[in-house]
Design a protein around this ligand. Structure first.
Ligand SMILES: Cc1cc2nc3c(=O)[nH]c(=O)nc-3n(C[C@H](O)[C@H](O)[C@H](O)COP(=O)(O)OP(=O)(O)OC[C@H]3O[C@@H](n4cnc5c(N)ncnc54)[C@H](O)[C@@H]3O)c2cc1C
Length: 287
């Protein structure tokens, strides 16, 4: 199928983009990498009257390292995150996750902001943002506002973005000394959206787990933290035995729904398998 007719605008600045979004409200849709939106247009799942192409807005792109955080512009391509030495140094969880985001051709065009604004519940980057306690920077006609990752993802393909707002960037606290990350995912084919995945960040200083943040994707309508599992490991020796002992807590944390890929029970089982595997391989965990 072909996309329905739409008007096309290519603003050169954030201010121009916001003016267009304010003018057209629900009739407008931001076009970033187009890797999800263009298929949605072609399948007629989306039919905006106006596409606001933000690809020329340099201020939306790039990775900036500040004293205490790393700012990732919404228009930063997946491939830039994947290859960035600064991301590898300061946000290693993202470097671990990026090879699982779609396929190289899609990563060349797809953007960090597009992935987070789309909020597919099986996507890697929203779960990483939750595990890393990122803050999203949203701009509207009245100025900027900041929304914590835990409040940004509202449900199935739903975020805190209001009509007329643009996702500008996200700010990630820089990983502190002794803090390490682990990532795990199962998909039918490498590059497909996950059947289930997990993003983990926390400390193994002194041979003990602390401040673990464990975020799952592909198990609900949005990325979910596993609070009981995190509590069960807090202060425990960073050993495979402790990990095995705590995995049963995921029964209370996760309520996956069956989908075309797997039953709810299979998803829960797989969540435990990949979490155990990821934590056993995490730096600082005894072998
Ligand atoms: C075959 C295939 C496999 C894929 N597999 C995966 C996968 O395994 N994991 C994964 O995470 N993704 C996957 N994707 C999706 C891919 O990562 C997309 O690039 C991403 O989801 C959307 O990014 P985009 O820049 O292309 O956004 P677009 O397609 O341009 O936009 C997506 C949505 O976000 C909105 N949007 C974009 N930018 C902004 C902004 N700055 N402010 C407000 N709204 C905005 C758009 O209006 C639209 O609603 C896959 C895609 C394909 C086609």
């Amino acid at each position: 199928m072909k996309a329905p007719r739409f008007a096309y605008a290519r603003p050169a600045s954030i201010a121009q983009a916001l003016a267009l979004l304010a003018e057209h409200k629900d009739d407008a849709r931001v076009l970033a990498g187009g890797q999800s939106l263009v298929p949605m247009l072609n399948f007629r799942v989306a039919a905006p009257k106006v596409l606001v192409d933000v690809n020329r807005i340099g201020a939306l792109a790039g990775i900036k390292v500040a004293k205490d955080h790393v700012r990732i512009g919404a228009l930063t391509r997946h491939v830039e995150l994947e290859r960035s030495e600064e991301i590898a140094r300061h946000l290693p969880l993202l470097s671990q996750a990026m090879p699982y985001v779609a396929h190289p051709a899609i990563r060349n065009r797809g953007t960090f902001g597009g992935s987070c604004a789309l909020a597919d519940p099986a996507a890697e980057l929203p779960a990483c943002a939750l595990a890393l306690d990122a803050t999203f920077v949203l701009a509207g006609k009245k100025g900027e506002r900041r929304v914590a990752a835990k409040d940004f993802f509202k449900g199935l393909y739903a975020t805190a973005l209001k009509p007329g707002e643009l996702l500008v960037a996200a700010e990630f606290p820089r990983a502190k000394a002794g803090y390490v990350s682990a990532f795990g995912e199962l998909a039918r084919r490498h590059g497909d959206y996950a059947m289930v995945g997990v993003a983990i960040h926390g400390s193994t200083k002194g041979g003990k787990f602390s401040q673990l943040r464990v975020a799952f994707f592909g198990v609900g309508d949005r990325p979910v933290r596993a609070a009981q599992f995190e509590r069960a490991l807090d202060g425990e020796a960073a050993t495979p035995t402790a990990v095995e002992g705590a995995l049963a807590k995921l029964d209370a944390d996760l309520q996956p729904r069956a989908d075309l890929q797997a039953s709810a029970a299979t998803k829960l089982h797989l969540a435990k398998v990949i979490t155990g595997r990821a934590l056993r391989q995490m730096e600082g965990v005894a072998s």
